[in-house]
Design a protein around this ligand. Structure first.
Ligand code: AMP
Length: 270
């Protein structure tokens, strides 16, 4: 695994290859990231992973400051997989060395996290466009855990690059909680709450098949979970996977949730 710390070295290292799989991350590597790497390794001749905590996608300074980082541990884990050819760890200036972007999320896309995290996806699309320009991958592997992120990136990059965006399944722990770097912030009690909510939402999604008043039912369930678990739920909505509009049927839809435990924000979908 070659560690690349600047753009000159990136261009030199990647020039000979045209079948490159790319796994962009913000580090604190876990099994969710490793599943994307495995998929890339199986599909593409070379795999490059990036670790870059993108300040522009954090709408909250404190959240950016508190984002868990452990680069030494990450390097060790990634090396051990033997499935990563290149690890790109850029500096801010490697990414943001050219013109400012003017990305706007359209009104119809301002739902779920785009509604609640002002400027977040503008920052995500900006960094993904810049990274895609630099790495020029054939495929980018992204987790369905961040489904809205995958959806917006896919739509945004499709007219600009030939790169395909490959959605990959969400990796969960034995209690059905989605793996996430932010899980590091939780104590045992927090983990218990998140696991309970995850298991309950899987059951709830199944029960919705027979339920006609989905929107009202979700509102009631949301209040129940908030009270019972003493947590804040930002949204709990059933939406179409095709265009993220509100859905009245479980078919081709996902149940999207954002919630706070101990002031840490989590998202998931089922
Ligand atoms: P992050 O480091 O959180 O920005 O995530 C980097 C990539 O890993 C994104 O494409 C995420 O959707 C993906 N990812 C994060 N958690 C998981 C998970 N539990 N299962 C699968 N993919 C994940």
């Amino acid at each position: 695994m070659k560690i690349i710390l600047n753009n000159n070295s990136l261009f030199k290292s990647l020039r000979p290859f045209n079948d490159i799989g790319f796994v962009p991350t913000m580090g604190s590597i876990h099994e969710g990231h490793l599943s994307l790497i495995e998929r890339s390794n199986r599909t593409c001749k070379k795999t490059i992973v990036s670790i870059f905590v993108n300040p522009k996608q954090f709408n909250n300074k404190k959240d950016f400051k508190n984002y868990p980082t452990n680069i030494k541990k990450d390097i060790k884990i990634l090396k051990k997989t033997k499935k990563v050819d290149f690890l790109y760890i850029p500096k801010f200036k490697d990414i943001y060395n050219n013109k400012k972007s003017n990305i706007k999320i359209t009104k119809k896309d301002k739902v779920l996290c785009a509604k609640y995290r002002k400027g977040h996806f503008e920052g995500v699309l900006d960094v993904m466009e810049r990274l895609t320009n630099l790495v020029n991958p054939k495929k980018i592997f992204m987790g369905k855990k961040d489904y809205q992120q995958y959806f917006l990136i896919k739509n945004y990059l499709k007219d600009k690059f030939k790169t395909s965006i490959i959605p990959c399944k969400t990796i969960r722990d034995k209690n059905k909680m989605a793996l996430s770097s932010r899980n590091n912030h939780l104590d045992l009690n927090g983990i218990k709450k998140a696991s309970f909510l995850s298991r309950s939402l899987i059951k709830l999604k199944r029960s919705l098949t027979k339920n006609k008043k989905i929107k009202q039912n979700l509102r009631i369930q949301m209040k129940y979970f908030e009270k019972f678990l003493k947590i804040k739920i930002e949204y709990l909505e059933l939406r179409s996977i095709k265009d993220l509009t509100i859905s009245n049927t479980v078919r081709d839809s996902r149940l999207f949730v954002a919630y706070y435990i101990d002031n840490v924000r989590f998202i998931d979908n089922f």
